[in-house]
Design a protein around this ligand. Structure first.
Ligand code: DUC
Ligand code: ZN
Ligand code: ZN
Length: 487
């Protein structure tokens, strides 16, 4: 009998903390040995000259999801997961999105029906809560958290999604009590609609006005407010897709004060600017996302945030709407910026872009890259140490990177169902050659090696099993007595 199913030998392993040379022995989908001269295996992969990194975890992507204005994303769980795999990911966490009036149970059931038969990599779901009613807050959400749906996103903007500050406090309190993570889309809705109305009144409808309407102050104000709401109820909070320097500063300040605030940013805030929204005719629509890309100095601030501990997570926020009538142009070729589906694709290029421009250009260490693209998401979202690292007992989720592979990003090499990439023509150095998920070789020789539906749903656990009130065992302070009923 062979001792291992698979040995990967000769490569350099990097985790979030260490870089070392070792061979990896894999059995039944799990890493069972790290060492040298491991002996026999059914298959040996020679990784000489290659980097072996934990498979990427894309913790923010919209897959087979209907927007609040009823536009379906171009990627389903098959094309989305294939694209993710070709970009070095072995896990992704799309959203199970509630539309108002829907029960969360129904939303979760639909997400499973969509993902199970199609995903080629492992997956979990964040919930999106747009209807924070009594039943959702009192019954469904606590029950779902205890079943392992331990993260959810709320919006402070968008007509059909936004929740009030009061509802935000309710959601944060439930998360605090049952051990879940709240993620927030932080933009001030009134600021955006106030500016938008003025722009539209003057006939300023082109895509470039999207970036003006979604002012940096709209983002930084809402971020600061969200942080304060979380402080009030002593809850953890993760601010997603941060693009405004002042929002980043607010996160860092909170973290430096020991407040459990986390930050996420995305490729579009490092590699695009608001000028991209000002391309010919409607072409700027391809770059409309919220929050929008800022300017060059904003990009530099986001790079700094990746280095200085502002951001723990680097996600794609893949929100794929094609540049045609099914997506960006659904409301016609002359639609105003208010009527353009928000979002850009990025699942497949998230890691190669950050590797090339971050590690390759000396802005980040290889270990920081691993932390930002895999390990921290696993820790924050309850998947570590099964995911996000290379250790004995962890899933054999590995990406074997060729650090010298030079590629030009172009839509024809992407595996998603899009008709454009915002990064068309960018040259990058470094890309994964082999991607392994639970010991299965998913990508090799630039081809998909597995069948649809071969990925697994990942069970997660809440941070604690008994509901907790403020202070967790310590006497309530008078200022906190409003929460006495749950302590
Ligand atoms: N928010 C997201 O999280 N993704 C795409 C667009 C948006 O507004
Ligand atoms: Zn958002
Ligand atoms: Zn998103």
């Amino acid at each position: 009998m062979q001792e291992y199913d698979l040995i990967i030998k000769g490569g350099t392993i990097a985790t979030a903390s260490d870089t070392f040379d070792a061979d990896i022995g894999i059995r039944d989908g799990t890493i069972v040995t790290l060492g040298k001269d491991l002996g026999k295996a059914k298959r040996v992969i020679d990784a000489d000259g290659q980097l072996i990194l934990p498979g990427g975890i894309d913790a923010h992507c919209h897959i087979e999801q209907e927007s609040s204005t009823k536009i379906m994303t171009a990627d389903d769980f098959y094309s989305g997961s294939v694209s993710a795999a070709f970009g070095g990911n072995t896990t992704f966490i799309p959203f199970a999105a509630q539309h108002r009036g829907q029960s969360l149970r129904e939303v979760v059931k639909i997400a499973h029906e969509r993902a199970g038969p199609k995903s080629v990599i492992d997956y979990a779901f964040h919930l999106i809560i747009s209807d924070a009613n009594e039943n959702v807050l009192g019954q469904e959400l606590p029950a779902l958290i205890q079943e392992g749906y331990t993260s959810f996103k709320v919006y402070l903007t968008y007509e059909m999604l936004k929740i009030s500050d009061r509802q935000m406090l309710d959601v944060l309190s439930v998360a605090r009590t049952y051990g879940a993570m709240t993620m927030v889309h932080a933009e001030n809705d009134d600021v955006i609609s106030w500016i938008s109305d003025r722009l539209l009144m003057r006939g300023n409808t082109a895509p470039k006005f999207h970036a003006i309407a979604h002012a940096e102050i709209a983002e930084s104000e809402a971020s600061r407010r969200a942080i304060d709401l979380a402080r009030l109820v002593d809850a953890e909070l993760l601010i997603v897709h941060v693009s405004a320097p002042e929002a980043a500063e607010a996160i860092l300040k909170a973290r430096n004060n020991g407040i459990p605030i986390y930050g996420e940013t995305c490729p579009q805030y490092l590699f695009l600017t608001k000028d991209d929204l000002d391309r010919n005719g409607m072409e700027g629509a391809m770059f409309c996302c919220s929050p929008p890309p800022r300017d060059k100095s904003g990009q530099e601030a986001i790079w700094r945030g990746l280095k200085n501990g502002t951001f723990q997570v680097f996600s794609s926020d893949h929100a794929p709407y094609r540049y045609d009538e099914s997506g960006k142009l659904k409301n016609g070729p002359n639609a105003s910026f208010k009527k353009i589906a928000n979002g850009v694709p990025g699942l497949e290029v998230r890691m190669p872009l950050l590797f090339s421009e971050g590690v390759g250009k000396g802005r980040l260490t290889l270990n920081e890259f691993v932390a930002l693209t895999s390990t921290n998401a696993a820790k924050i979202y309850g998947l570590h140490p099964r995911k996000g690292t290379i250790a004995i007992g962890s899933d054999a989720d590995l990406a074997i990177w060729d650090p010298d592979w030079e590629r030009t990003i172009t839509q024809s090499i992407m595996h998603d169902n899009m008709d454009y990439t915002p990064y068309e023509g960018m040259k990058v150095k470094g890309w994964p050659r082999i991607v392994i998920n639970q010991g299965r070789v998913v990508v090799e020789n630039e081809e998909l090696q597995v069948v649809r539906g071969s990925g697994s749903f990942l069970d997660r656990a809440p941070k604690f099993t008994e509901p907790r009130g403020f202070g967790a065992g310590t006497p309530l302070s008078p200022e906190r007595s409003f929460d006495a009923d749950i302590s």
